[in-house]
Design a protein around this ligand. Structure first.
Ligand code: NDP
Length: 274
């Protein structure tokens, strides 16, 4: 099943609601195989980053897949030491070449990293205005980071990719992003598999005859959050894109929302510096 469902970003660009994450998949054959499988099974978006070290393998997999590269929405991210105007322009060019693309779909500042990100953002704006990137955004930005960015930004970020799952909902940040038309995108949407046996998640999965992973992905989609589950197993990859033929009830959603305890499995954006 090809998952063609998309959301319109604040500049009109269409972004697939579900993409394939490749964090911690080793570069080379592993990444090539996983991305090729994901594309064959229906994914039409891939989320990588300079820091993952596998941009080249993602690019190769897209090329070898036989799918028109124009149909695949590719995101990569600027790593922390590459902050700054000139560094950003150089880092972008390196990523673009590794991915083998003329034009990138989405480029994100990976972490705020206590940096002065205004110059970094200015470089992203230049690349965007020159037509080298279809949309620009950020990742791991809290409301106060976004407020600072918006003070000098000419272009509002199209996306904020954040740690988002029922245990870390950040409702105020979601509200802030919605009010500014910044699309929220969930990283670690499956909480890296740590809570598949949680009684509520497992129970809702059983009720729907689905897997816990599918329940967590559906929860993102019904929150209108773009989601990027990662897997290296064909059966899991298939399962993760078969999520458009069932729906969680309002009660399921409310019960899952109530799991929120502000629990992060990844770093705190206020202190993480790489
Ligand atoms: P996920 O929450 O996507 O979980 C991945 C884990 O879940 C893997 O161990 C995988 O194992 C397992 N899994 C996947 N599907 C299934 C399934 N259907 N059934 C059972 N187990 C399953 O983890 P990530 O941290 O990788 O997050 C997803 C993506 O988000 C990343 O790959 C990356 O692209 C992005 N990200 C961005 C960050 C940022 O700072 N911007 C930070 C972290 C992630 P298996 O391979 O065996 O299926």
């Amino acid at each position: 099943m090809i998952s063609t469902s998309t959301v319109a970003l604040n500049n009109g660009v269409q972004m697939p609601q579900i993409g394939f994450g490749v964090f911690q998949i080793p570069p080379g054959q592993k990444t090539c195989d996983a991305v090729r499988t994901a594309l064959q099974l229906g994914f039409r978006a891939v989320d990588t980053a300079t820091a993952y070290g596998n941009e080249e393998s993602v690019g190769r997999a897209i090329k070898d897949s036989g799918i028109d590269p124009e149909e695949v929405f590719v995101t990569t991210k600027l790593w922390i030491p590459d902050h700054g105007y000139d560094n950003t322009l150089r880092a972008f060019e390196e990523s673009r070449k590794k991915l083998g693309l003329d034009k990138l779909d989405l480029y994100l500042i990976h972490w705020p990293a206590k940096a002065d990100f205004s110059e970094t953002w200015r470089a992203l704006e230049r690349l965007y205005k020159e037509g080298r990137i279809r949309a620009i955004g950020v990742s791991n930005f809290l409301s106060h980071h976004l407020e600072t960015l918006l003070e000098t930004a000419e272009v509002t970020p199209a996306v904020n990719q954040i740690e988002f799952h029922p245990f870390n909902v950040q409702p105020e940040l979601l509200e802030f992003c919605r009010n500014h038309k910044i699309q929220v995108e969930a990283w670690s949407p499956l909480v890296r598999g740590q809570f598949f046996d949680h009684p509520l998640i497992a129970g809702i999965a059983e009720q729907h005859g689905r897997s816990p992973a599918q329940v967590l992905i559906r929860w993102d989609l019904q929150h209108e959050v773009v989601t990027i589950p990662r897997s290296t197993r064909e059966a899991h990859i298939r399962e993760n894109c078969e999520v458009f033929d069932f729906e969680l009830s309002a009660e399921d959603m409310t019960r899952l929302d109530a799991l929120d305890e502000g629990r992060r499995i990844g770093p705190d954006p206020d202190t993480f510096v790489g």
